[in-house]
Write a new protein. Structure first.
Lengths: 277, 282
């Protein structure tokens, strides 16, 4: 059993998306900014309009959600909740990613380690990891520790699998160039195999971070009386739709922020990944 | 170009432009009874059967044959990328074991590393030889100047055309100042015009540097244009059956190679020989 077979297929860097056909209008910079803004405007318009037909308990309304969003920060629990949630999230995915890369490198590098750890990794990856939450509670009790552990676990596996899979998929040609120039095993690893695996490692990190945010919210819904997830759950149970939607948008913003950071890192230091194909 | 870029280790130095054969017949690379068999689950392939050859210091020798005759296998064994089953290879009297630090290889697929710029690609071989950074850059730059690409040193390699990438591949191989340069169908994937331009460039480089070059190709005219000698391979099992002298004046032009009576005779001889060789089936 090998780990490779479980790597995330749809994030393969070499399956470059086919560029959609563009009209001249779509190339204009103003259009590229205006079009998504218009789309958002239409959504909000329809939302506002829907309030005429459906009770606002179910869908609230855009101005109401905006007010609730601001109030969450002014007088509501958003600031302390965010502080707790983000600390959990970034400690969790930080450790999860670091461990995933390191163990992924070991598993990708040594066939024996792959043979020994492969079954456990595949089994764990196939398991819906939230079944572990009760067990984590038994082990470390209700609190930040359990939630951080859960974020670590859930972000760890995609990074591990993609790192190991990426190392296996390094172009044979690159390795031959390294060997031809006289690189020893260690130099080959550092100067050829690791950099060549970066597209896969980034794919793993993108998935790991996204799952980490899910893990953070799920952990807080199930196991806490603090954090974003707790209040989302609370407002939901209380039919306080406006406040609920305000926090849902806040959670979405966290996800968007993470994606932008990863994209920024890749654009700044790993430009070749998107440019070389 | 500074004069120390000449590969002094080969000893022959720049030659006069009319010399048709290399100075002296001193052996630099001795290939003795090299055998190689590949086993797959389906079949056994005798890639090389007792191949022996003395490569002369400073010469340009081509290995020609149909595909599957073992010429690339021999070149890979020479560089240490593959092992041979039996036989010995000695470079300047030293028996080779593993990847040689005194030879370098130009692949058909050049595979420049996309995360390094052109200069750092060329300098990679020097990094692992412990050359200090400043000297590394200077030597890589010299190698790039040799192929006339100093202007793109800081550029990512994937922005270059196929022909330019191939020249960077040559620079990368030259930067370590090899005693022997092994070239494996380096122009096989290029269009005709680019290929001809690069053939001239390689011929000029060889004249300038005096490096011994072993060149694998299945293009007969390319072999005649470039070589002092041509080794002919026969497949199934892969054998080196004949070594021909190319007795044409230098520098050569593509017109010489097409129209010179000796070239015409030589091409007929080689074509005859290759036609007699049946390509291995399956």
């Amino acid at each position: 059993m090998t780990v490779v077979s479980r790597s995330v297929d749809d994030t393969r860097p070499d399956s470059a998306p086919v560029a959609p056909r563009r009209s001249p209008l779509a190339d204009r910079r103003a259009t590229r900014i205006a079009a998504p803004l218009a789309a958002v405007g239409v959504l909000f318009g329809l939302w506002e309009l829907a309030g005429v037909f459906v009770t606002t308990t179910l869908i609230s309304s855009p101005p109401q959600v905006l007010t609730d969003f601001v109030d969450q920060f002014r007088s509501g629990p958003a600031v302390p909740a965010l502080e707790i949630s983000l600390r959990e999230l970034y400690i969790g995915i930080g450790i999860g990613i670091a461990a995933g890369v390191v163990i992924g490198l070991v598993v990708g590098r040594y066939r024996l380690m792959d043979a020994v750890l492969g079954p456990y990794i595949n089994a764990a990856n196939a398991t819906p990891l939230n079944v572990l939450i009760p067990l984590l509670l038994v082990w470390v009790g209700i609190g930040t520790d359990a939630r951080v552990l859960f974020v670590i676990l859930i972000s760890f596996f995609p990074v591990l699998l993609n790192t190991a899979g990426g190392m296996r998929n390094v172009s044979k040609g690159y390795v031959e160039v390294g060997r031809m120039l006289g690189l020893n095993e260690h130099q080959l690893m550092r100067k050829v195999i690791l950099p060549a695996s970066m597209p896969y490692i980034f794919a793993g990190i993108r998935v790991g971070v996204a799952l980490g945010v899910i893990g953070m919210i799920v952990g807080e819904i199930e196991v806490s009386n603090v954090g974003l997830g707790y209040f989302i759950n609370l407002y939901g149970n209380g039919f306080r739709t406006g406040q609920l939607l305000a926090l849902i948008f806040l959670a979405a913003l966290i996800g968007v922020f993470n994606v932008l950071v990863i994209r920024g890192v890749q654009a700044r230091w790993f430009r070749w990944i998107s440019a070389a194909r | 170009m500074s004069s120390d870029m000449t590969v002094t280790a080969t000893g022959s130095g720049p030659r006069s432009s009319t010399a048709a054969t290399p100075t002296g017949h001193e052996t630099i690379l001795n290939i003795e009874n090299v055998c190689k068999t590949f086993f797959t689950t389906r079949r056994t392939v005798h890639a090389l059967d007792r191949v022996s050859l003395d490569v002369r210091r400073g010469e340009f020798i081509s290995l020609v044959g149909v595909s599957g005759c073992g010429k690339t296998t021999l070149l890979r064994i020479l560089d240490g990328l593959d092992d041979c089953d039996s036989g010995t290879i000695t470079l300047d009297g030293v028996k080779l074991d593993g990847v040689s630090h005194d030879m370098s290889y130009v692949f058909q697929d050049i595979n420049l590393l996309p995360w390094r710029n052109v200069l750092d690609n060329v300098a990679l071989g020097l990094e692992v030889r412990g050359v200090p950074k400043a000297e590394r850059r200077a030597r890589a730059m010299e190698a790039l100047e040799l192929v006339d690409l100093a202007s793109v040193a800081k550029v990512p390699p994937y922005t270059l055309s196929g022909g330019m990438q191939q020249r960077v591949g040559v620079a990368r191989a030259l930067a370590i100042r090899p005693k022997v340069l092994l070239m494996d169908e380096p122009f096989g994937q290029l269009d005709n015009f680019t290929r001809e331009a690069l053939q001239v460039e390689v011929a000029n480089l060889w004249e300038k540097l005096g490096t011994t070059i072993v060149f694998v190709t299945h293009d007969v005219d390319e072999a005649i244009f470039l070589s002092d000698r041509i080794g002919l391979f026969q497949p199934g099992p892969g054998r080196l059956t004949e070594v021909l002298d190319v007795d044409l004046p230098r520098p050569r032009t593509s017109y010489d190679v097409r129209a010179h009576h000796r070239a015409i005779g030589l091409r007929a001889l080689i074509t005859e020989h290759l036609r007699g060789a049946k390509a291995p089936t399956g």
